[in-house]
Design a protein around this ligand. Structure first.
Ligand SMILES: *Cc1c(COP(=O)(O)O)cnc(C)c1O
Length: 376
C-alpha cells in the first residue's frame, strides 16, 4: 500500500500526465505566459460548466474575495457577516479593506453559516453577507438570499471548497455553488477540488455590470490601456495554470464522483460506531467532499489524531480555533462562549484523507484504525 496522504496530488498527476503535460508544454512553446489564449478558453469553459454568465480568473482564492469586495464599492466601516468556523481568508479581506467582519455561528450538522444567526446580526450598517460553502457542501442559500434581498445586502459566496456542488432550491431547481449570490469566488490551490500546480482563483457573477468592474479591478483598475478608472490590484491566473485547469475541468465530474464514492465507503464503516458522527448531508445541496470530516467526543479527538499518526495515517483539524478567538481578530472584542457551535466543532472535528485516488484498501486501513481506537 502506498504511503497515505491527506491529498494525493502525485497520484492524480500520474493518471492524467499525458494530457496535462501536453497542455502545459504548448504554453511553454508559445511563451504566452501572461494572458495567453488558454486563460480565456478556460474561463469560457468554466462559465459553461457552472452555467454562470461571467468568470473572471485571478491569482488566488483570497484575491478573488478581495476583488469581489472592492468591486462592490462598499462604504468604509460597513459590516460584513461571515461564519466564525472557517478558513481565515474570508474574514481577512473584509478587515483589510476597512470593513468590519461580523462573525456569526454555524449550523452544528453541516458546519455552514446559520441563517437564523445571520438575521440576528443584521444592523443598519450591514452591507454584505459572505456565506462559505464549507468542506464541499452549500450553505443554506435560499434563506440567505431572502434576507439579503429584503435588506438590500450583497451576497458574496466563498466557494473555494465546493466547486461543482449543486444547490437544490425549494422548487427542486438546481444552481451551482458560487453562482447564486451577487458574486462567487473560488480557489485553485493545489489541494482544492479543482486544483492547479501553484496558485489560482476565479470570480463568478451573473451580472454584466459587476463583471466589468471585477475585470477592471483585477487589472489595476484599468478600463482602457493605460487609463485607470479606479484603484485596482494586479491579480492574474498564469497561462500555464489555465491550460492545466482546462484539462482538469474535463475531469471535474469524475473527481466529484470519486470523492463521493470514497465518502460513502468511509460512511459504511462508521455508521454503527456510537462515538463517531459521519458528515451530514443537507437536503438542499449535493456534497463534493472537499473534506471528509468526522465529529468525535472532544475528550478523544486529539488522542485519536495521535493514534492515527502513530499508524502513519494523516489527519487534519479543520479548524482548531474559531476565527473570533484569534489574536488578529481580538479587536472585535469577542470572548470564549460567543459562538458556542463553532467553538464546540473546533474541539470535535477531525478530517480524514480525502482525494480522487483513494483505494478501498487504503480506506479500509484508515477506517479500521479509527474504529480500533474507539474499541480500546
Ligand atoms: C482555500 C480557501 C481560500 C483561499 O484560497 P487561496 O487560493 O489559498 O488564496 C478562501 N476561503 C476558503 C474557505 C478556502 O478554503
Amino acid at each position: 500500500m502506498n504511503q497515505l496522504q491527506m491529498v494525493d496530488l502525485k497520484g492524480q498527476y500520474q493518471r492524467l500526465k499525458p494530457q496535462i503535460d501536453a497542455a502545459m508544454q504548448a504554453v511553454i512553446d508559445s511563451t504566452a505566459f501572461i494572458n495567453g489564449p488558454q486563460v480565456k478558453t478556460f474561463a469560457q469553459n468554466l462559465s459553461n460548466y457552472l452555467q454562470v454568465a461571467h468568470v473572471v480568473p485571478c491569482a488566488n482564492g483570497t484575491d478573488a474575495l478581495q476583488i469581489a469586495l472592492m468591486a462592490l464599492d462598499l462604504p468604509q466601516g460597513g459590516e460584513v457577516i461571515v461564519p466564525a468556523f472557517n478558513y481565515v481568508a474570508t474574514a481577512e479581506v473584509i478587515a483589510l479593506l476597512g470593513l468590519k467582519p461580523v462573525f456569526v455561528d454555524v449550523l452544528p450538522d453541516t458546519f455552514c453559516i446559520d441563517p437564523a444567526k445571520v438575521r440576528e446580526a443584521i444592523t443598519e450598517k450591514t452591507v454584505a453577507i459572505m456565506p462559505v460553502h464549507l468542506f464541499g457542501q452549500c450553505a443554506p442559500m435560499e434563506e440567505i438570499m431572502d434576507l439579503a434581498i429584503a435588506q438590500e445586502l450583497f451576497v458574496i459566496e466563498d466557494n473555494a471548497q465546493a466547486i461543482g456542488a449543486e444547490y437544490v432550491d425549494a422548487e427542486g431547481g438546481t444552481s451551482f455553488a458560487g453562482t447564486i449570490g451577487h458574486v462567487g469566488t473560488t480557489s485553485f490551490f493545489p489541494s482544492k477540488n479543482l486544483g492547479c500546480m501553484g496558485d489560482g482563483g476565479a470570480i463568478f457573477t451573473q451580472d454584466e455590470d459587476i463583471a466589468l468592474v471585477l475585470q477592471q479591478t483585477a487589472n489595476h483598475g484599468q478600463h482602457k490601456k493605460y487609463h485607470y478608472s479606479r484603484v485596482g490590484v494586479n491579480s492574474r491566473l498564469d497561462t500555464l495554470q489555465a491550460a492545466l485547469l482546462d484539462v482538469k475541468l474535463q475531469h471535474l465530474d469524475d473527481f466529484i464522483l470519486r470523492r463521493q464514492k470514497a465518502a460513502a465507503f468511509y460512511d459504511s464503516f462508521f455508521a454503527e460506531a456510537e462515538q463517531i458522527q459521519i458528515p451530514t448531508l443537507a437536503p438542499y445541496s449535493s456534497h463534493v467532499f472537499h473534506q471528509y470530516t468526522l465529529r468525535v467526543p472532544a475528550e478523544d479527538r486529539d488522542a485519536l489524531k495521535a493514534y492515527l499518526h502513530e499508524k502513519e495515517i494523516p489527519s487534519m483539524i479543520y479548524y482548531p480555533v474559531p476565527l473570533h478567538l484569534h489574536e488578529a481578530y481580538s479587536f472585535l472584542g469577542h470572548k470564549a462562549g460567543d459562538f458556542p457551535v463553532s467553538e464546540d466543532l473546533c474541539q470535535k472535528v477531525i478530517s480524514l484523507p480525502m482525494h480522487t485516488e483513494l483505494t478501498q484498501e487504503q480506506q479500509t486501513f484508515i477506517a479500521e484504525a479509527v474504529l480500533a481506537f474507539f474499541k480500546n
